[in-house]
Design a binder for this molecule. Structure first.
Ligand SMILES: *Cc1c(COP(=O)(O)O)cnc(C)c1O
Length: 474
């Protein structure tokens, strides 16, 4: 298909399909019900020699692909963290795809670089990050955290690991809590630090990093001649959305002059609510900070906001300018390919700009407050129910809980009951939840953050949970 009249015709049809999808989204099973291999087997094993008709391709999309989709934009999606989206974001993504611009250097699309700089300034103000931080969009928090750990490594080694490898930096150490996201471990492996040099500090009863234990671990390492590279604090852990005590952690990072990275991938969005700003008390002492507008700020995946205090360390760590990438205005403009790992970059700032303008700050705050309200209401229902147990504080919009079958006090039996309950609930297709383990216990986890979720959805989910738990729903 190369002719623009045909493109227009198909595009109109696609837009209709997209709008209908959102209108009818609750009719699909939230979690795809296909078996492993079921989609693969329906696909031809050879690519077509001759081009096919778009109508045929689209029919196969509906027939083969759609049944294998898990519907993240369904208001009945309560799994993981949301990866929510919105109409303004989708509209911007269509434009981004149409322009197809590679936004690696300023010159390769000045508007992309300058809009990115401004929307990052907006995000900085929206979240209450102090002046002095500079932002860049990354694809994911995993990448941003890797960039942070690489920067920390280079700063500590005087940029010598980049030059010579690890010959002069022996026993580098990174610290996080036992509840920290797996992306930190991955980054430590990729950065050459080694998994055994990742120190997982114990947490308090609310799953927050114990700063005293952190301090001890660092002191012990220094005494043994090891080299602390970086501390990673989490605001909103993936299991239970616990909030590490940042202020106390900054006192330790400052005392020993260790890079402090804050992973607020999910919960950073909550900083647009002034009531949550207490979480970043001490932020002036932080070296880098990441949060994902693609999780809870209505901007579709991928869009991760990374902020650094010392831009020069970031650039010195990553910048490479081969002849074919040299431009005249080097140094006067932001060439964002030097601020991250990939050379090629999508024009991600556009969707963020559309979202922030279309919702307005008030609109964004209202949505988040509503989700938090819904989560607290559910938590209340769980607390007053005799046989359900709340398993962690509800800090944002995630509720961790389990069912206690009457008369059962064997922990393993309770675990397997809840595991079965989760399977039954998800197999119903009506809602989708996931789980975690807290203090070794199997815990159901419900995150309420989809763009279009309403009170009725959460109420229906709660009814279904009670029904299935009590064995009334089969
Ligand atoms: C989701 C999450 C991540 C990973 O985010 P990606 O953008 O998918 O890499 C990292 N840390 C925390 C705390 C998260 O919740």
């Amino acid at each position: 298909m190369t002719d623009s009249t045909e493109f227009k015709k198909q595009a109109h049809r696609f837009i209709d399909w997209m709008a209908d999808y959102f209108e009818n989204i609750e009719q699909y099973p939230v979690k795809s019900q296909v078996q492993p291999g079921e989609i693969f087997r329906q696909l031809p094993s050879e690519p077509p020699e001759d081009g096919e008709d778009m109508n045929d391709i689209f029919n196969d999309f509906e027939k083969i692909i759609m049944p294998g989709i898990t519907h993240w934009q369904s208001p009945n999606f309560f799994a993981y963290f949301p990866a929510n989206s919105s109409f303004p974001s989708l509209l911007a993504e269509m434009l981004t795809a149409t322009l197809g611009a590679q936004c690696m250097k300023w010159e390769t699309s000045p508007a992309a670089a300058e809009l990115e700089e401004m929307v990052m300034n907006w995000l900085q103000k929206m979240t209450g990050l102090p002046d002095g931080f500079q932002g860049v969009l990354q694809d994911t928090a995993s990448t941003a955290t890797l960039v942070a750990i690489l920067s920390a490594r280079e700063k500590l080694s005087g940029f010598r690991v980049n030059e010579k490898g690890f010959s002069e930096l022996q026993d580098p150490r990174v610290y996080c809590s036992s509840e920290t996201h797996s992306s930190i471990e991955k980054a430590v492996k990729i950065a050459g630090i080694g998994r055994q040099n990742l120190v997982k500090v114990k947490v308090d009863p609310y799953f927050r990093m114990d700063p005293e234990a952190l301090h001890k671990a660092i002191r012990k390492d220094i005494e043994a001649g090891k080299k602390p590279v970086c501390i990673v604090a989490t605001l909103g852990t993936t299991g239970s959305t616990a909030i590490d005590p940042l202020k106390e952690i900054t006192q330790i990072s400052k005392k020993y002059n260790i890079w402090l990275h804050v992973d607020a991938a999910f919960a950073g969005s909550a900083l647009i609510l002034p009531d949550y700003r207490w979480m970043i008390e001490g932020i002036e002492e932080v070296d880098s900070f990441v949060f994902n507008p693609h999780k809870w700020l209505f901007t579709n995946f991928d869009c991760s906001a990374y902020f650094v205090k010392d831009r020069n360390t970031l650039l010195n760590t990553l910048q490479i300018v081969p002849e074919y990438l040299k431009t005249k205005n080097q140094g006067q403009v932001n060439d964002y390919c030097d601020w991250g790992i990939q050379l090629g970059r999508r024009f991600r700032a556009l969707k963020l700009w559309f979202v922030i303008r279309s919702f307005g700050l008030a609109g964004l705050r209202d949505k988040l407050l509503y989700h938090i309200y819904l989560a607290n209401k559910l938590a209340h229902n769980i607390m007053v129910h005799e046989d359900f147990e709340l398993m962690a504080p509800v800090n944002f919009n995630v509720v961790c809980f389990r069912y206690l079958p009457p008369g059962e006090d064997n922990e393993e039996a309770i675990d397997s009951f809840n595991e079965n309950l989760l399977q039954k609930i998800n197999a119903s297709g009506k809602i989708y939840l996931t789980h975690t383990r807290l203090n070794g216990k199997y815990v159901l986890r419900m995150s309420i953050g989809q763009t279009n979720v309403r009170e009725e959805h959460v109420e229906q989910a709660w009814e279904l949970l009670m029904l299935k738990a009590e064995g009334r729903g089969g």
